[in-house]
Design a protein around this ligand. Structure first.
Ligand SMILES: NC(=O)c1ccc[n+]([C@@H]2O[C@H](COP(=O)([O-])OP(=O)(O)OC[C@H]3O[C@@H](n4cnc5c(N)ncnc54)[C@H](OP(=O)(O)O)[C@@H]3O)[C@@H](O)[C@H]2O)c1
Length: 330
């Protein structure tokens, strides 16, 4: 059984714990929150007898867990991951794991010296079957003529922003914004399915504090364009499309929640390629990570490395996009 510690008591931690429970391979033992009361309130939903901390150093030094799930605001991921690795804990950290390339390079350097811990960026959609199906179908296309991918969803925090407040996900202090929060899913899709782009530019719609509320990114692949449409201030129901010559791959649902994938032929006939996704979108990643942690094999280390390489490439593209739009965080 993997003993799990948690940082962050938001809804996403609940969803992750439910996914972990479904695998039958994790046991929540320890919760960190900025207040003990919140840690206990959160833990008691799942634990008869848990360990609760409001001090991060004590959490890592005294907590009996071997793996930590980090679901704090983006700008804290790097420092908390470093603390965890130095304490000999395996890390599952929410996306984006790093706010910039400097953090990523320091992290990779630290990990190269710590073969005793596993480190995973929780890019949940990459682990789902339908994501792999799209990858295989793209590889079969005779021609590739670009794609349009969308993830645009009105944020439950945008009301507060409109009222003049400063929620973390819309704040440069916490490395928020549409690109960081939702765009990273689409960049994962593009890099996994089409490879590294030759160039990348982002055209954001900036909000009053300089954060991007929405935007369009264009990734150049030779002469072709891959267009990524992201946003947290309105809802889009556009499906994604990947263009061959006469065939099109049609992705229903946003590109991070692939509900149905069709191959549409020259005559417009649709063939369903996808499976029904799991009810909990974090189940596939929780299972993948657990298998690697439990087996602790050379093969698992190689898979971890492949995910790390992918994460580093995604971060490189994210950096290009942010630079092109002059997006910086406090
Ligand atoms: N994979 C997915 O589908 C998915 C979905 C949503 C979010 N996420 C990721 O999950 C992470 C958390 O997102 P979220 O929307 O839950 O963030 P959030 O609500 O802003 O913060 C998450 C938790 O971090 C703690 N926290 C809040 N403000 C803090 C501060 N100023 N300093 C230190 N800790 C603070 C809080 O826990 P305590 O009060 O207990 O300390 C809070 O519950 C992000 O990285 C996001 O990208 C992933």
């Amino acid at each position: 059984m993997i003993k799990l510690g948690i940082i962050g008591t938001g809804w996403i931690s609940d969803q992750f714990i439910e996914a972990c429970a479904k695998t039958g391979m994790y046991q929540l033992t320890t919760v960190y929150s900025r207040t003990l009361q919140k840690a206990e309130e959160f833990g008691k939903k799942y634990l008869a007898d848990g360990e609760y901390f409001d001090d991060l150093e004590k959490f890592f030094a005294e907590g009996s867990f071997d793996t930590v799930y980090i679901a704090s605001p983006n700008s804290l991921h790097f420092a908390q991951s470093v603390m965890a690795i130095n304490a000999g804990k395996n890390v599952i950290v929410e996306k984006p794991a790093c706010a910039n390339l400097k953090e990523e390079n320091q992290l990779l350097d630290l990990l190269s010296k710590r073969n005793d811990v596993y480190y995973f960026e929780a890019a949940r959609h990459v682990h789902e079957k339908n994501f792999e199906i799209v990858k295989q179908e793209v590889a079969k296309l005779d021609h590739f003529q670009g794609a349009t991918l969308t993830y645009q969803k009105y944020s439950s925090r945008y009301d507060a922003f409109l009222e003049g407040k400063d929620p973390n996900v819309f704040s440069p202090r916490f490395a928020g914004g549409a690109l960081q929060d939702l765009g990273i899913y689409l960049v994962y899709c593009a890099v996994s399915w089409f490879g590294m782009p030759d160039d990348a530019k982002y055209f954001p719609v900036k909000l009053r504090n300089g954060i991007d509320g929405s935007g369009i990114a264009v990734l150049k692949y030779g002469n072709e364009n891959v267009v990524l449409k992201v946003g947290k201030t309105s809802n889009s129901y556009l499906p994604g499309e990947i263009y061959g010559l006469k065939e099109t791959l049609l992705l229903c649902g946003n590109a991070a929640d692939l509900n149905q994938v069709f191959l549409v032929d020259a005559k417009g006939s649709k063939k369903l390629l996808s499976n029904t996704p799991d009810e909990n979108p974090m189940f596939a990643e929780a299972l993948d990570f657990a298998r690697i942690l439990e087996e602790d094999s050379l093969e698992g280390k190689m898979t971890e490395q492949a995910w790390l390489d992918l994460s580093a490439k995604v971060n490189q593209v994210m950096e290009l996009l942010k630079k092109s739009a002059d997006i910086t965080y406090d």
